[in-house]
Ligand binder design. Sequence first.
Ligand SMILES: Nc1nc2c(c(=O)[nH]1)N[C@H]1C(S)=C(S)[C@@H](COP(=O)(O)OP(=O)(O)OC[C@H]3O[C@@H](n4cnc5c(=O)[nH]c(N)nc54)[C@H](O)[C@@H]3O)O[C@H]1N2
Ligand SMILES: Nc1nc2c(c(=O)[nH]1)N[C@H]1C(S)=C(S)[C@@H](COP(=O)(O)OP(=O)(O)OC[C@H]3O[C@@H](n4cnc5c(=O)[nH]c(N)nc54)[C@H](O)[C@@H]3O)O[C@H]1N2
Ligand code: SF4
Ligand SMILES: [Mo]
Length: 813
Amino acid sequence: MSTTEATKVPGFCGLCIARCGSIASVEDGRFMRLDPDPTHPTGQALCAKGRAAPELVYSKQRLTRPLRRTRPKGEADPGWVEISWDEALDTTAAAMRQLAAAHGAHSVAFSQSSPSTTAIGDSAPFVRRLMNAFGTPNLVWALDLCGWGRGFATRYAFGVASVATGSGGGAMADIANSGCLILWGYNPSYTRLTHATATVEALKHGMKLIVIDPRHVGLAGKADLWLRPRPGTDGALALGLAHVMISRGWYDQAFVRAWTNAPHLVRSDTGRLLRAVDLAEGGGAGHFVAWDGLAGQPVAYDPAIGRYGTPVERLALEGEVMVATKQGMLPCRPVFAHYAQLCARHTPERVAAICWIAPDQVEAAARLLWHSRPVSYYAWSGHEHHANTTETARAMALLYALTGSFDQRGGNVLFPAVPNPVVTGEDLPAARHMAPAVGLESRPLGPAKWNNVSASDFYRAVLEGEPYPVRGLIGFGSNLLLAFSDPLRGRRALAALDFYVHADLFLNPTAELADIVLPVASCFEREALRFGFEISAEAQSLVQLRKPVVPPPGLARSDTDIIFDLAVRLGLGEHFWNGDVEAAYRHQLAPSGLSLEALRAEPRGIRVPLTTRHAKHAEPDPAGHARGFATPSRRVEFWSETMQAKGHAPMPEFVPPPNPDAERYPLVLTCAKPTLFCQTQHRALPSLRRRAMNPQVMLHPETAARRGIASGDWVSVETQAGAMRARALLNAAIDPRVVVGEHGWWQAAPEAGAPGYDPFSALGSNYNLAVDPAARDPISGTTAHRSGCCEVFRTSSMEQGKAADTRVAAQRA
Ligand SMILES: Nc1nc2c(c(=O)[nH]1)N[C@H]1C(S)=C(S)[C@@H](COP(=O)(O)OP(=O)(O)OC[C@H]3O[C@@H](n4cnc5c(=O)[nH]c(N)nc54)[C@H](O)[C@@H]3O)O[C@H]1N2
Ligand SMILES: Nc1nc2c(c(=O)[nH]1)N[C@H]1C(S)=C(S)[C@@H](COP(=O)(O)OP(=O)(O)OC[C@H]3O[C@@H](n4cnc5c(=O)[nH]c(N)nc54)[C@H](O)[C@@H]3O)O[C@H]1N2
Ligand code: SF4
Ligand SMILES: [Mo]
């Protein structure tokens, strides 16, 4: 029994994207427990990870002092010695300056964990600001896997993210007002509790739900329809659903005519969009052409004002027309006719063959979508971790455009945000003269366009000097060697760097290759300012200054403090409020009218009233023209000239995941996140680990039986690229041709008597050792973590695992 009454500290759990409103209890200076705060818009519940927060805070494996390596990389013992913050940051600043002077600032890359799986969102804008102030565009992180599909590929259709995570801007599912929600390769019951809670609430009020997932998990049991796709075929499913909707007339013709480029004519000779200048001298070179079905003549569309010379209702969406051009009569068809044709190649029967989903289920899903509007959708890792993710995400976005629900109440809505200035520093002097990011040369429309670098492009820059050498890495979290494919190459790259500093809570296998390691305060040990909680208009209105629950262990500091301090040591203090974090917060708060003092006095946060407006594309811009969408045509683009100009298909063609050796690897390998851990973290927390001692791989009982595998057996999962081990978990609800693994296992939990795993050996349990690093999305570079092919062996004797290990080592040598 405690003698003192617990102090309650309201805040929010920062361990994952859900950012659940919480109340921490502190007794005698010790953080005892974390509970939900039901007054908070995201405070309905906490997951097991959130409830284990005190274990994270007090974990014996936490980093508490800055460390410096004293022995060469590659030796088993790095010979870490404790150093002061002054030495750590002065050494870092000196190394950065030296590399910049010798090779340019772009030779220093930064890395960062995903804000969806850590609290780095507290500091992410300042990480980018430091990069921009210093002059490097190279941020190595998981964007190609985490956000590209939903938030970036969809920009090529909508001009904004059509399924946004939130803080990056973009449309979010207005779940509370939806008629029908699609959870597409997304299992919020495990991965974003707040969305699961909101969905369950909306179901009570009659919302329909479609779950598209190879596993029957989470809300699949509550869904009106559960579609079980063959992993990696979601693009074909989206086209197939669109086909049913178009052929039944189940699409919003008014929206498609008025707000998409579906009416624009495509030339039959060049396969390009027809321009007004093609019709007559003096026609606009930038003006597209549609067909006025009533007048039977072409009509120009000026993207600058977003208008046709005729009422949109008259625009043709189908058929072929003969257009008088400067070269004579030319057959042309509207974009929509081309799209309908692409979709028509994906009949329900064809979808059944590709996606392993019964034709009547495709029909039923299309019917439900049309008859239960407004529709909202949320799609995540299930559709993102494939080498065809860009086209899949575009196909889904175009399907969504057919519903006409975009930015409508109950659809995917561009919610307002409490006004706050951009602090990422794209306007800083050094940012204006930066080299292009690594990867832009090979994939100009991919993550590098937004200065994000995939791990494999980073490894190439380090090891091969392509497109230019990268020699330094400044890491804020992130566990490259576990999170991405090709860990052996990654290890070589990290070891080859001239300088690597890594800031983290734990010494992960990636950080083990650093020259200097910096101890970071957890989100329960540091202050952070947050604008909006994303899941609804109401949640967006809350601004909160999260208080530390307890002080950090040892000398650990927040990422934000480290960044500001480093900036000053780099001579960049003028861009960092002279190192004063509070001054930065005041700057961020100024447009909202809130003061730091008021927020300190209200630890539960303050609401700034916001008004949600819908269909903002129809609102006038300052010049009085309808705003439209932020695409080159000002319209949702069914046909993307941007894609076409770079040699890609203008519409989202489906490319099936390849299986070059189906004989040897007959099963499809995908994966999913566990509920108890985030990514490669949290395995050391005893209460969580006791509930999941070993990595698991889900197999259908028939698949297991045919291979002599019983529930709980250790098995080796082998692919052409490599292998990993895990224990068999039998599940009759998955397709017998599908295997579902987990990634992220390396850490031991001594208090739970649970082992660690070697990330670089097939005897360990590194899923990503078995991912083919060469199969990548041509637009984004995303690797196929979820559509590889494999075989599974029982390995009780370990012989199989050893054989696989030898084979992998030989392949990589
Ligand atoms: N507990 C926990 N929460 C987390 C995280 C975590 O690691 N653990 N990570 C955070 C991060 S960074 C992210 S990105 C989010 C991700 O959140 P989610 O997207 O929900 O994460 P996953 O479980 O990886 O994938 C979702 C579903 O995709 C299914 N799936 C697999 N292959 C396919 C496929 O080919 N097609 C379709 N349609 N579905 C498929 C899986 O069975 C799984 O149920 O979660 C965040 N929250
Ligand atoms: N096979 C497979 N591979 C995957 C995935 C998958 O589902 N399957 N998911 C992919 C996805 S979606 C993502 S996002 C990536 C995730 O990859 P990463 O973004 O690298 O995330 P983690 O691997 O969890 O590593 C996070 C690291 O950040 C540290 N950390 C936590 N909080 C903080 C903090 O506040 N500050 C600092 N400085 N450090 C902190 C943690 O201790 C940990 O070492 O993995 C990708 N890889
Ligand atoms: S879902 Fe769990 S880990 Fe994520 S913020 Fe909520 S309590 Fe924390
Ligand atoms: Mo992620």
